[in-house]
Design a protein around this ligand. Structure first.
Ligand code: SF4
Length: 249
């Protein structure tokens, strides 16, 4: 039996993370082509490299470079008010893709994991309030759009979205980057070493990597620390290593 899928069905499946093989020789129908191009795998927006922060944020909000755009309720570009005065970011924390709850709330690190992260940042003299006299931290998810909770992020989603991260680093010029969580670590390390990116997170800790010409430290996501409290001390060591790389006391 032959299963016949039109462009709308393919778009729905792609949004759910289901890839359907299609013979290369099958030409798109005149009616199907506009839908396929509007929902599936467009190129990244033109001129990204020359955009300022607001333009880049707007580009991410309307991006269609991977199938996650089909289920996006809102873009999760960055948090921590990096445009406020004085505009500066001492730390950039890159974290795993936003959950459905985070997307709904429009905020990262909710509930106990947020309290845990906040406590660690405060202990290091870091603040998400740009107006604070403390060193400032900006948070950015590795994917700007939510991934369905039934599956992991795909390489074809992480790879294009890494372009936004690279440009965020270029614009923010943080002194140090901390990648928190498996997918955040895998994506940023893939930019320079596929072999390193494939290693377990525990083997990548306690060393200084680089991403977008900036020192990078990797550590556990606060959510995983809630499930493995024994790793809290390791995460604290990682944050202290990152702190040692900054100029601020
Ligand atoms: S996840 Fe990233 S690459 Fe994919 S549509 Fe969203 S902004 Fe674009």
């Amino acid at each position: 039996m032959t299963l016949s899928l039109d462009a709308r069905h393919r778009a729905m499946l792609a949004a759910m993370g289901v890839r359907v093989w299609m013979p290369a020789a099958t030409p798109p129908t005149a009616a199907a082509a506009p839908v396929a191009q509007s929902v599936l795998l467009k190129a990244l927006p033109a001129g990204l490299a020359d955009m300022d922060w607001p333009a880049l944020q707007q580009a991410a909000a309307s991006c269609q470079a991977c199938g996650l755009c089909g289920t996006r309720q809102r873009s999760m570009f960055a948090f921590g008010n990096p445009l406020a005065t004085p505009a500066r970011t001492d730390w950039l924390i890159i974290t795993d893709p936003p959950s459905a709850e985070e997307e709904s709330a429009g905020e990262l690190f909710l509930h106990a994991e947020g309290e845990l992260l906040q406590g660690m940042l405060q202990a290091l003299g870091l603040s998400r309030q740009a107006a604070s006299a403390h060193a400032h931290v900006t948070l950015a998810p590795v994917l700007k759009c939510r991934v369905p909770e039934t599956r992991n992020p795909l390489p074809e989603e992480l790879q294009p979205c890494r372009s936004y991260l690279e440009l965020q680093v270029k614009l923010l010029k943080p002194q140090v980057i901390v990648a928190m969580g498996r997918w955040a670590v895998q994506s940023v390390l893939s930019a320079t070493s596929v072999e390193a990116a494939a290693l377990p997170l525990g083997k990548l800790r306690s060393q200084v990597h680089r991403f977008a010409d900036t020192p990078l430290v990797v550590t556990y996501h606060p959510k995983s620390l809630l499930h493995a409290p024994k790793d809290k001390a390791k995460a604290w060591d990682d944050l202290c290593l990152a702190h040692s790389l900054t100029r601020r006391p």
